[in-house]
Design a protein around this ligand. Structure first.
Ligand code: HEC
Length: 259
């Protein structure tokens, strides 16, 4: 039923909520769908400003149900489902619980920044090379890698109530981020302390993403280019911290000429 709501309906609704200008300003050619086509096939999706701290609280609590990626998405989309409606209402955000543990426990990209990437791409726009989506997602990964995590302190923490160990992952990888923290805190993966830590990391990421979205909504400046653009800088897809894995002898990508 929801899928039949037309783009015109959504935009009319969005305009009532004062989000029309935003949706229009950042709308791109892909948004020129026919009236019959559901909005969910087009993006960017409408956005109204959210409170970063409230979002972080939701993210912290729902981490225990949805894991890191699912909760970052849920904390933002669930509020927008209530404030805006479609397409958020019928978007199966819980399906992104699969991002947990760096996707199905493989320790690849931390689910919280993976979830953030989906949120930003849907709300800010299509991921062409140096556009806002690319910049915000890239900078979120960069910030995550350098932040002394976890940053956000929940109102009612499930563990680490008096104090918590902080670590800098120097990587967006779940494996590196979690394992470094576990080593510093001397806590097991299944411990309440580790779970609380990852719930706080997700909350910190949700907070950061809402700050970005609010800035863009208010048309405040954000960086024009991402701070790290792997392929352009080193000739292969990569994170910046080559030496962490390669040691002193960082290999050169075939055919790469630094401009
Ligand atoms: C998370 C760990 C990690 C990071 C960070 C990383 N790499 Fe790698 N890279 C690898 C692994 C593992 C291989 C495969 C090595 C092998 O099979 O010998 C590889 C392979 C390569 C290769 C293929 C040639 C070769 O000798 O294997 C190049 C080129 C390369 N990396 C460049 C880079 C650069 C440049 C950076 C930083 C901008 C970087 N890597 C960051 C893990 C990493």
């Amino acid at each position: 039923m929801d899928a039949k709501i037309s783009r015109r309906d959504i935009l009319a609704k969005a305009a009532l909520l004062g989000v029309g200008a935003f949706a229009g300003k950042f709308a791109v050619s892909t948004a020129q769908a026919s009236d019959e086509e559901p909005l969910a096939k087009t993006w960017p999706w409408p956005y109204v400003k959210l409170d970063p701290a409230e979002t972080a609280e939701i993210a912290y609590k729902q981490w225990y149900n949805l894991g890191c990626g699912g909760t970052v998405m849920y904390s933002i989309f669930e509020q927008l489902a209530q404030k805006v409606g479609e397409p958020y209402k019928s978007f199966p955000v819980e399906s992104f619980a699969i991002f947990e543990g760096g996707i199905a426990s493989w320790g690849t990209t931390c689910g919280s920044v993976n979830g953030a990437a989906v949120v930003v791409s849907l709300i800010v726009g299509p991921p062409t090379w140096e556009d806002r989506t690319h910049t915000v997602v890239s900078d979120t990964f960069n910030w995550y890698s350098h932040a002394n995590m976890p940053i956000y302190v929940p109102k009612d923490p499930q563990a680490n109530k008096d104090s918590i160990v902080h670590t800098v992952s120097n990587s967006p990888l779940c494996h590196v981020s979690v394992s470094k923290w576990m080593k510093a805190a001397d806590k097991a993966l299944g411990s309440p302390e580790r779970k609380d830590r990852c719930a706080r990391v997700s909350a910190s990421v949700a907070y950061k993403v809402v700050q970005y979205l609010n800035r863009i909504h208010d048309e405040k400046e954000i960086a024009e280019h991402p701070v790290w653009t792997g392929g352009k800088e080193v000739g292969t897809t990569a994170q910046y911290n080559c030496a962490d894995c390669h040691g002193k002898n960082v290999p050169k990508a075939p055919g790469f000429v630094k401009k």
